[in-house]
Design a protein around this ligand. Structure first.
Ligand code: ATP
Length: 276
């Protein structure tokens, strides 16, 4: 099932943060969204999953328009949202956290044996979780918690998976493990995956299509390799420090402070989140 976001506007109260964003993810494809801090990436995921109400535009899952539905109905329609902060239930076991994931699509949850089958499939994507089923989720490492957060989303057998910065604070090896699993999910299950990331190189390595967001708009889109070769992307996200946006994007054509975006060379400094 595809995810089609068309001309979507949304915000908080009277503050509009997204100004007509269009993003498309086909079934069996990964799209990456990168952009400065505050560009509106998290807001976009919230508006897609129904946590925020869109003020204009539409969100479609396959043929179905879900723009006006609440988060629970959108989850039931086949979308899983893995938010940035890895919301695992810390005192519950890893296994119980997984089981809870299946409840977001009550009707499709199926029998106990179907649940067990799904659990085994999910654990096959993240084998290191299989040894820790009884461990309280709060005692897992950062990487394991991230894998659990993704795994819990997968328990409901979604068709569309959206993830907010799954690599945040994790060591390079763990990031590779998680992104490799996303690649397999795309192929094996035909998922449409929308990945918001600040780790541009890791995201672009796995993505089929990429978007650059800036101040609530899509600034550029294309093949990841094409965007990586673009001077503006290189300056903004791969070591430059400043990006000059076109006059059409801002009132004055002054350089805009670029974000603190982690790039490949920085990965070695990102170990602290994956403590044992
Ligand atoms: P980051 O990479 O830092 O997570 P982002 O691209 O995900 O940034 P958002 O978190 O979507 O950006 O924020 C976009 C804008 O919306 C920011 O200016 C932010 O201050 C504002 N914003 C976010 N959440 C709220 C909120 N609950 N109430 C009011 N404004 C908000």
């Amino acid at each position: 099932m595809s995810l089609q976001i068309e001309d979507l506007s949304a915000g908080y109260g009277r503050l509009e943060v997204l100004h007509g964003v269009s993003v498309n993810v086909e079934a069996g494809a990964i799209a990456a969204i990168v952009g400065a801090n505050g560009a509106g990436k998290t807001t976009l995921l919230g508006a897609v999953s129904g946590l925020l109400r869109a003020s204009a535009g539409s969100v479609r899952l396959g043929d179905r328009d879900v723009t006006r539905l609440g988060a629970e109905s959108i989850a039931a329609a086949g979308l899983a949202h893995v938010p940035e902060n890895r919301l695992v239930f810390p005192t519950l076991s890893l296994d119980d956290n997984l089981t809870l994931g299946a409840w977001t699509r009550r009707r499709q949850r199926g029998s106990k044996s179907e649940l067990a089958t799904r659990r085994a499939q999910v654990l096959a994507y993240f084998p290191r979780l299989a040894d820790r089923l009884t461990q309280p989720a709060g005692t897992l490492s950062g990487g394991e918690q991230q894998m659990l957060a993704v795994g819990r989303g997968l328990m409901a057998r979604p068709s569309v998976l959206i993830l907010d910065e799954p690599s945040l604070g994790l060591a390079p090896l763990v990031i590779r493990e998680i992104f490799a699993a996303l690649g397999r999910l795309r192929t094996d299950e035909g998922l449409a995956i929308l990945l918001v990331e600040q780790n541009v190189r890791a995201a672009f390595k796995v993505a089929d299509h990429a978007y650059v967001m800036d101040r609530g708009r899509v600034l550029m889109e294309g093949e990841p390799s094409t965007l990586l070769a673009d001077e503006r992307v290189q300056q903004a996200y791969l070591g430059g420090g400043y990006v000059r946006v076109s006059a059409a994007e801002t009132e004055s054509d002054r350089p805009v402070r670029s974000p603190a975006v982690r790039v490949e060379g920085d990965e070695d400094r990102a170990h602290e989140g994956d403590r044992p």
